[in-house]
Design a protein around this ligand. Sequence first.
Ligand SMILES: N[C@@H](CCC(=O)N[C@@H](CS)C(=O)NCC(=O)O)C(=O)O
Length: 220
Amino acid sequence: MLTVHHLNNSRSQRVLWLLEELGAEYEIVRHERDKQTMLAPPSLKAVHPLGKSPVIVDGELTLAETGPIMEYILDKYGEGRLTPAKGDADYWPYRYWMHYAEGSAMPPLVMKLVMTQIPKRAPFFMKPFANAILGKAQKAFVDPQLVRHADYWEAAVQDTGWFAGEAMTAADIMMSFPVEAGAQRAGYESRPALKDFLKRIHARPAYKAALEKGGPYAYA
Ligand SMILES: N[C@@H](CCC(=O)N[C@@H](CS)C(=O)NCC(=O)O)C(=O)O
């Protein structure tokens, strides 16, 4: 049976959601973040050298990275569901969003997280310097990037409510994590289509089932 190595409050929530949408059988091994550092525990490094989540194990195969994991699951259990057919006008936009989510959307979000966390963890006498330097870097570089990406997502889902075509696809599941993280780090006061996207995905029974099985997830 396929095993998902899942970390609390993490990207691997998407893998559970996809499996629930497809009604596939799987088991979860839960790993807990270190409460101080928020990093993954050594148990994940025992599964894959990078020690990051998600990782799946299916028979002889151990696979990391959300994108290929999603593609593997769709190949094995999808029977064409949640994927536009090859040749369909939505096929390449779908592939684009599948890659864009981790390739381009996540880096500025991770940068924002790191830059806001460093001053909090700095020794007290360093805090003012860390705040001043990283505050400037955020304003000059990270925040404008976040705004640009969030505006781009807002425009992308405005017409149909989904990232690739008229119906929900696995690209929406891939994009759920950057959109959820962006809600906290960029804000959606003036982005009604993204707010609505989150409301609709969070209402899905498969999303809720994944949350129940995955445990704590601060982004929903
Ligand atoms: N691009 C990778 C990113 C993997 C990743 O950074 N995972 C995070 C979870 S959100 C993690 O394991 N963080 C804990 C750590 O770095 O120790 C993917 O999509 O799988």
